[in-house]
Structure formats: C-alpha cells, structure tokens
Design a protein around this ligand. Structure first.
Ligand code: ATP
Length: 342
C-alpha cells in the first residue's frame, strides 16, 4: 500500500469553489476519515483522488507517484486505487464470486484467491455463489470491500460506506470493515457525515467545512481539542457557556472550571459526560431540569442554570431526574475555551 498526499487541491464548478486549496496526508497503512456536512466537498475530493474528476490546481501523490497535477492525470484504472461507492453498488447480475473477482485478470481468478478474499472480508465460503440480493446489507458492504481489495490496490477509498445500513448494523459493519482494512494493511480514506463513525473507525480525522479542512487530527484530538466552536458542536454534545478567566480558572454560571487560557472573557466548552448531577441541597451550582431524553442505559438531561443558560448532561438512566426537578451540578475535569462572541 502507499501513502496519499493531497496538496493545494482546488476544484470549482462554475463560480463555486467546491474545494479551496485542500491539503491532506494519509500515512501508509493508516485510515483517515473525511468528516463533513452534506455538500461540503467530501465526495469531490475522493473522486479527484480516484481520478474520476480532474482538479483545477494542486496535486495528488500516491506513495512516490504523482497521479494528478497541472501536467499529469493518470487514468483511474492505472492509479491502483480501490473505490467503494455509496451503498456498495454490487453488480446485480454477478454472484459474490463474480463480483469479488471482477477486477482481477482472468488468469489470476483462482479458487484459492477467492477463498483468501472471502476470509479477509469475514464472509463464509458458502456465500460465494449467492446473488447480491440474497445478502444482508452488511454482507453486501463487505463484498464491495473485498472486490475493491482484490486487485491489491495501493489505496482504498470508501464513500459513505454505511449510509444504507440501519443504526445497529452500522456499528457492527463499521467495526468489521475496519478489521478487514487493518488486516489487509490498507491505506484508506473514508468519507462520512457521521461523527461517531469518523471518530471510531479512523486513525486520523479530517474535518471539512465549505471546501476546506478546518482540523486534521487524531479522533481524541478532534473531540478533546476541537479547532473551533462549530467543530466542537459537530463532533459531539457541547454546551458553550460565557465565562471570565482569571489565573487559569474560568468562572461561569456552571461553576469554576480549570482552563488553559489567558485572563479575559471566553466561552467554555462543556461536554455532557463532564456534567455530574447530584442532590440540589447544599450544591454550589443548581439547575432545573427542562428536558430528559431516554436512550436505554443513559439519559440526556437538559438543564436551565440560574440565569437560564442551557447545559446538557449525560447520566446513567438508573438515576433519571424529571422535568422540573432541581439538581446539583458539578463540572468534572478541565475545559477547552473559545473566543468570546457575545
Ligand atoms: N458535477 C458537478 N457539477 C456541478 N456541481 C457539482 C458537481 N458535483 C458536485 N457539485 C457540487 O459541489 C458541492 C460538493 O459536492 P460533494 O458531492 O463533493 O459534497 P459532499 O460533501 O460529498 O456531500 P454529500 O455528503 O451530500 O455527498 C455540492 O454543492 C454539489 O452540488
């Protein structure tokens, strides 16, 4: 497999710049997810790496080989890139074996190669002669990945690979696909608009907004140290509360929270799992429950603090408060801050 280096890639459709000087490096054998809202340019970037769309400027390099720049445009089938389109898109008239072996030269389509690919994709051998419509969504997805891996590509690109699966299957399919990619030692780029998927599947997450990467970091880096308030809110539950920092402590209606920020006015980011709820009696900070969302093992509780500021908490459902209840609030740990925009 090869690394992928995208440098200064620009793409416009008419007057509209869909990609605005995008840079990204994906290390050999690692998985990067490109996370962004619908229409931000993710698929366009993937299609430029695959060679289906030309960039207006910039370059794409796979390993040491430049496949796209102002002078060069290597044809898609000569790039050594495996592409898994949205919803897998298996050939409906071919069985599983036919789909998987499609990209391999005829002479190399051996039973043992098929067996290896089925095993790699965690598919039982007896599925080889089923038609695509006789498979579950997760199985279809793994056949699509086995098909993309079959010609031993340098890089594998996956465009919203789980968008057609229901929520429960998405998690197990996601885990299985990551295992398959890791086992194959694949360098992979996965496009998704689902933050849970992006954070859980990849070594690196590239957050895209309006044709630019606003942050490229490890999943923990994105969640714990988001580059801006919009990214913070995009990747998880977030309450933004106005505070005054003095000597490394942000004082706000939710209490006093350690921060790494200079003195002055800021907004602090409080994640729901940092908010501990307890009895109101004797608590330094008290909130009133305005809403409770039940998610099985956990509840998401929205509170109004003393001045009406909303604060969201995640709590075990065994201790569910009710709307109207007064609860004590403690913020655990330190917080990230952003500029004051009030
Ligand atoms: N061939 C095209 N001609 C004109 N505009 C296009 C073309 N392809 C994409 N666009 C526009 O470029 C923008 C980015 O599209 P793209 O498909 O890259 O976004 P995306 O982030 O992948 O979105 P989604 O998650 O909805 O697939 C969109 O506004 C889209 O309408």
């Amino acid at each position: 497999m090869s690394s992928v280096t995208i440098a200064g890639v620009v793409k416009a459709y008419g007057d509209r710049r869909v990609l605005d000087a995008v840079d990204l490096h994906v290390a050999d054998g690692s998985i990067t997810s490109v996370l962004g809202a619908s229409g931000c340019g993710k698929t366009t970037l993937l299609r430029i790496v695959a060679g289906f769309v030309r960039a207006d400027a910039g370059s794409v390099t796979l390993g040491e080989r430049v496949v796209e720049d102002g002078r060069t445009a290597v044809a898609p089938d000569r790039r050594g890139v495996g592409y898994v389109p949205q919803e897998g898109a298996l050939f409906p008239h071919l069985d599983v074996a036919g789909n998987i072996m499609f990209g391999i030269p005829r002479g190399e389509r051996t039973t043992s190669r098929l067996g290896e690919l089925l095993e790699l994709a965690e598919l039982p051998a007896d599925l080889a002669h089923r038609q695509p419509h006789q498979l579950s969504g997760g199985q279809q997805q793994r056949v699509a990945i086995a098909r993309a891996l079959a010609p031993a590509p340098r890089v594998i690109l996956l465009d919203e690979p789980f968008s057609s699966l229901d929520a429960a299957l998405r998690i197990s399919a996601g885990k299985a696909v990551t295992r398959v990619l890791r086992h194959a030692g694949a360098t992979a780029l996965i496009v998704t608009h689902d933050q849970g998927e992006a954070l859980s599947l990849a070594d690196q997450v590239a957050v895209m907004r309006a044709g630019r990467f606003v942050q490229v970091d490890s999943p923990a880096g994105i969640y714990e140290r988001p580059a801006d308030a919009e990214t913070a809110e995009f990747v998880g539950g977030a309450s933004m509360i106005a505070a005054e920092v003095s000597g490394g402590i942000a004082r706000c209606v939710a209490g006093a929270i350690p921060v790494a920020a200079a003195d002055g006015r800021v907004r602090v980011l409080i994640r729901p799992e940092q908010v501990l709820l307890g009895p109101a009696a004797g608590a330094a900070v008290v909130g009133q429950v305005t809403e409770v969302g039940f998610y099985g093992a956990q509840v998401v509780v929205t509170l109004a603090l003393a001045d009406g500021t909303p604060l969201t908490a995640r709590a075990p459902s065994a201790r569910t408060p009710r709307p109207g209840d007064e609860v004590g609030v403690v913020i655990e740990g330190s917080a990230v801050t952003f500029g004051d925009e009030s």
